[in-house]
Design a protein around this ligand. Structure first.
Ligand SMILES: *[C@@H]1O[C@H](CO)[C@@H](O)[C@H](O)[C@H]1NC(C)=O
Ligand SMILES: *[C@@H]1O[C@H](CO)[C@@H](O)[C@H](O)[C@H]1NC(C)=O
Ligand SMILES: *[C@@H]1O[C@H](CO)[C@@H](O)[C@H](O)[C@H]1NC(C)=O
Ligand SMILES: *[C@@H]1O[C@H](CO)[C@@H](O)[C@H](O)[C@H]1NC(C)=O
Ligand SMILES: *[C@@H]1O[C@H](CO)[C@@H](O)[C@H](O)[C@H]1NC(C)=O
Ligand SMILES: *[C@@H]1O[C@H](CO)[C@@H](O)[C@H](O)[C@H]1NC(C)=O
Ligand SMILES: *[C@@H]1O[C@H](CO)[C@@H](O)[C@H](O)[C@H]1NC(C)=O
Ligand SMILES: *[C@@H]1O[C@H](CO)[C@@H](O)[C@H](O)[C@H]1NC(C)=O
Ligand SMILES: *[C@@H]1O[C@H](CO)[C@@H](O)[C@H](O)[C@H]1NC(C)=O
Length: 390
């Protein structure tokens, strides 16, 4: 019986995968990687990564840099020949607003920047996971010394030394639709990138320390000023995580083309590689408009590209809830987000889940039918069997 069930599951799974893959041929981009565009020598203070993802009629420019405050920029243009130009002397002065441009400027559809501004720590004396007023002095990520960028394909890793441990930012850009191998196994498309933040081996300043991360987003036409929380389906990809946060523009008037977003499942992991039992919920504060000085304070990449007219919004992502182990327990935390343009990818029931449901609902029916037929046949043979002999 179990074997037939498996056969059914395999068959239905195959049919559904065929329907899914033929129905939506995924959009692909040609991805190429360039370090320090237009510079003859590696710049002091950290590399500037440029990933160009060319589509049929558009280009996504991903820029990633640890100069100043580490930041990721995503610029979407409606041509396939747009390029990045950097005025290096001004860029390196860390005071060069407008020293990095994407040209032609008229082709730009959307501009989104994500700034990793600060790492904060507090002593959770009563194990409530509520951020108190008195925190330990925050770690300003612009003051951290970052190692050289490690590249592998269209992925890059930046690590900085903090509190005898490290904070690492891991960026991946994708050519096509897919799903990450490791939890939280986020969905990605050719229009998104993924950033993972890892806090590895930091020495907490109290036994009951918890950490949280301050992020800032800069947007062009539609600033990222609101977070929508959606319920997600509890599937086999991220078991026991029910909520997805989508940090995007609350401006209903803007078209999907003009929008950027940052999306994450409300979970962090206390070990690497992540396992189910190491999952820990994460929470976020409401986006707050940051002061006019935010860009100047961020410096580096964000200041080089954005101008004072672009508004900056910030929020905090905190890890852990009341009663959960403190950072000290594993001395590790990882959190992953998707950064992209257009409409955020949404989870649907996977072919596997659909197949299981189909089998779950279908198999009893089939058994009922087969049972009915069997009973009929038996009855008939019984009737014939009892035919009078004489
Ligand atoms: C973009 O600019 C760089 C130099 O800044 C140049 O090497 C490259 O060929 C240009 N690419 C395109 C597609 O124009
Ligand atoms: C990607 O590159 C291949 C080969 O270089 C080319 O045939 C194809 O048209 C390109 N696709 C896009 C979307 O630029
Ligand atoms: C920054 O640049 C402006 C003009 O571009 C200049 O007036 C100012 O002195 C510079 N500040 C620093 C700290 O270099
Ligand atoms: C690109 O967008 C700009 C402004 O949105 C528009 O003026 C231009 O015609 C567009 N170009 C193409 C090739 O679609
Ligand atoms: C911890 O709990 C004690 C007793 O309930 C209370 O007096 C104290 O203010 C609490 N500390 C914090 C940081 O909440
Ligand atoms: C970070 O560096 C700036 C100067 O670059 C300095 O003014 C500030 O005090 C430093 N902050 C911390 C927390 O070290
Ligand atoms: C990605 O962007 C392209 C160009 O804007 C669009 O045609 C395509 O549908 C998008 N794909 C997804 C999966 O959002
Ligand atoms: C937690 O940190 C304290 C020092 O702050 C240390 O003595 C203790 O052993 C740590 N606990 C664990 C489980 O690592
Ligand atoms: C993050 O939390 C800290 C401490 O509570 C607070 O000072 C800061 O303003 C918060 N940042 C944002 C962007 O809300």
């Amino acid at each position: 019986m179990a074997a037939t069930r498996q056969m059914w599951a395999a068959l239905v799974f195959k049919i559904f995968s065929m329907i899914c893959s033929s129905g939506a041929a995924s959009y692909t981009r040609n991805v190429s990687v360039e370090l320090n565009p237009g510079s003859l020598a590696p710049p002091p203070g950290g590399d500037l990564l440029h990933v160009r993802a060319v589509g049929d009629h558009d280009t996504l420019h991903f820029l990633f840099c640890s100069q100043g405050t580490p930041a990721l920029l995503l610029v979407h243009t409606n041509v396939t020949f747009s390029n990045v130009s950097v005025d290096w002397p001004r860029f390196l002065s860390r005071n060069g607003s407008g020293s990095l441009r994407v040209e032609p400027a008229s082709s730009i559809l959307s501009r989104t920047g994500l700034i990793f501004s600060r790492l904060l720590e507090y002593n959770d004396v009563n194990n409530t996971a509520r951020v108190p007023l008195d925190l330990f002095p925050p770690y300003q990520l612009r003051n951290v010394t970052w190692s050289a960028m490690e590249l592998s394909g269209a992925a890059a890793r930046l690590c900085g030394a903090v509190a005898q441990g490290s904070i690492c930012l891991h960026l991946t850009v994708f050519e096509r639709e897919g799903r990450d191998e490791i939890w939280p196994r986020l969905l990605h498309t050719a229009n998104t990138s993924q950033v993972a933040v890892q806090l590895d081996g930091l020495s907490p300043r109290s036994e009951r320390s918890r950490f949280f991360l301050e992020l800032q987003a800069v947007g062009g036409v539609s600033p990222l000023n609101a977070v929508e929380v959606h319920r997600s389906i509890d599937d086999e990809f991220t078991p026991s995580v029910f909520k997805v946060s989508e940090w995007t523009s609350g401006d209903e008037g803007s078209s999907a083309d003009e929008r950027g977003f940052v999306l994450w499942k409300q979970v962090a992991y206390r070990r690497s590689p992540p396992a189910l039992e190491d999952a820990s919920p994460c929470r976020h504060s409401n986006p707050q408009r940051q002061s006019d000085r935010a860009l100047t304070e961020a410096g580096g990449l964000a200041l080089a590209f954005f101008t004072a007219e672009d508004s900056v919004f910030g929020l905090n992502i905190s890890f852990g809830v009341a009663g959960e182990p403190f950072y000290n327990a594993t001395k590790f935390l990882s959190w992953t987000a998707t950064v992209g343009v257009g409409l955020p990818p949404a989870d649907t029931f996977s072919p596997l889940v659909v197949a299981i449901m189909a089998v779950g609902l279908g198999a009893p029916l089939v058994m009922l039918l087969m049972g009915g037929v069997y009973m009929c046949l038996r009855k008939r043979s019984a009737v014939t069997g009892y035919e009078p002999i004489n």
